[in-house]
Design a protein around this ligand. Structure first.
Ligand SMILES: NC(=O)C1=CN([C@@H]2O[C@H](COP(=O)(O)OP(=O)(O)OC[C@H]3O[C@@H](n4cnc5c(N)ncnc54)[C@H](OP(=O)(O)O)[C@@H]3O)[C@@H](O)[C@H]2O)C=CC1
Ligand SMILES: N[C@@H](CC=O)C(=O)O
Length: 365
């Protein structure tokens, strides 16, 4: 039997969907691949809860907004420092937000654990830190869910590059939240109502201003540019904010309460584009060379981007082999269930490949 233990950082909307999917599906993995997957620990900001005994209770507690500390936790760094039992493969799932777990991700990768990310933070720090993480984790790193949630975006890019194609540029509408808001306002919803709905559907980042400011799109563009082989720094990807100036500094709670103050101006921008026969979309252009562009664009109704609605994303890969008719990946690009699918697929790939690699080594020995 091939034994795998999960250390999961983050038990938020995505984290809970992942844990529930693993608990539901793992019986099939055991039957099909002899893969025995168990939780070593789940962690939130209050610490790490070990084992599986209280896992269901922990998921319910987090659903209600509680902290794992209430169930008894140890520091996450202790769990990461302690190696798994002999023969057990560890996979760390970083489903947290922003860059804080980076040192633990790095430590886990250096210790030989697999690393699966939905969190964009660890891959969008300085280029030096990016290289340290990707070099340490090697083939054990997967991050499909960081861009386009469960859509096969990173894997499509990697298969184009690995098969020897030249990717000239990626054009994308990569924000579920911004796509949802823009298409809702086009149909007559208010900006405030659309933002609140994106939050309720769990498309948005914990602070939706990380979506509205363009930061989340810039991070995705940086991840794609780096996957293309470009050694860019975060400041090489400037982005255009849609957050009203006077609501930048207030708390998240106050921002959500005062959203109505931005309704008129936002509707005005959408209507002005509409009167010219266009729509607004928040796009990213990631060329193989030259500046990466991220911002709000007015696109004609004939553009494939104008047809996107709700949390739909689109990624258009223009390459040497696909120059006239580009490769396009499109579908829902946000939401806990879709994101969990991407994470769970990566988890299985990392785990299975890790056992395959050691079987190869044994065969050669
Ligand atoms: N929602 C979506 O559609 C998608 C999300 N993602 C990415 O997935 C990640 C998770 O998103 P989501 O679940 O919606 O976010 P949530 O805010 O719902 O959950 C985040 C979780 O991470 C925990 N956390 C944050 N910082 C730390 C830390 N330093 N150490 C340990 N735990 C930490 C939080 O702990 P606590 O509960 O204590 O606050 C919380 O449990 C984000 O990075 C997001 O960008 C990617 C693709 C799509
Ligand atoms: N907040 C993000 C979630 C996925 O990365 C989005 O809206 O696209």
């Amino acid at each position: 039997m091939k034994r795998v233990e999960i250390v999961q950082i983050g038990v938020g909307n995505v984290g809970r969907a992942v844990a529930r999917m693993v608990l539901k599906e793992r019986g099939n993995w055991l039957e099909r691949w002899d893969l025995d997957v168990r939780y070593r620990a789940v962690a939130d900001r209050s610490g790490a809860l070990g084992g599986e005994e209280l896992l269901e209770e922990a998921l319910d507690l987090k659903e209600r907004g509680g902290k794992l500390a209430g169930l008894g936790v140890e520091p996450l760094r202790y769990v990461i420092s302690e190696p798994p039992e002999y023969g057990v493969r560890r996979v760390v799932l970083d489903l947290a937000v922003n860059g804080a777990p980076y040192p633990l991700d790095l430590q886990a990768a250096m210790g030989g654990a697999g690393l699966v990310l939905s969190n964009k933070g660890p891959l969008s720090r300085s280029y030096r830190e990016y290289r340290a993480l990707t070099a340490s984790a090697g083939e054990g790193l997967r991050y499909e869910a960081t861009v386009g949630a469960g859509l096969p975006v990173i894997s499509t890019l990697q298969s184009l590059l690995r098969s020897g194609d030249d990717v000239y540029e990626i054009l994308a509408s990569p924000s579920g939240t911004l796509g949802f808001i823009l298409s809702a306002v086009e149909r007559g919803s208010s900006f405030s109502g659309a933002v609140r709905e994106a939050v309720e559907r769990h498309y948005a980042e914990p602070d939706p201003r990380d979506d509205l400011s363009g930061l989340d799109v810039a991070r995705k563009a940086l991840i794609l540019a780096r996957a293309l082989g470009r050694s860019l720094e975060p400041e090489d990807v400037p982005f255009e904010s849609l957050v009203p100036e006077h609501l930048v500094e207030v708390s998240t709670q106050e921002f959500l309460q005062r959203l109505e103050e931005a309704d008129e101006a936002f509707a005005g921008r959408v209507q002005a584009a509409g009167s010219r026969g266009n729509v607004l979309r928040y796009l990213a252009r990631i060329p193989a060379e030259g500046p990466v562009e991220v911002g709000l664009r007015e696109v004609p109704r004939s553009s494939p981007f104008s047809r996107l609605s709700g949390a739909e994303n689109a990624f258009v890969f223009r390459t040497r082999r696909y120059s006239e008719l580009p490769v396009t990946v499109t579908g829902p690009g946000a939401g806990p269930e879709c994101t969990a699918s991407g994470v769970v697929y990566d988890l299985l790939q990392v785990a299975r490949e890790s056992f395959e690699r050691s079987e190869e080594v044994l065969k050669r020995a």
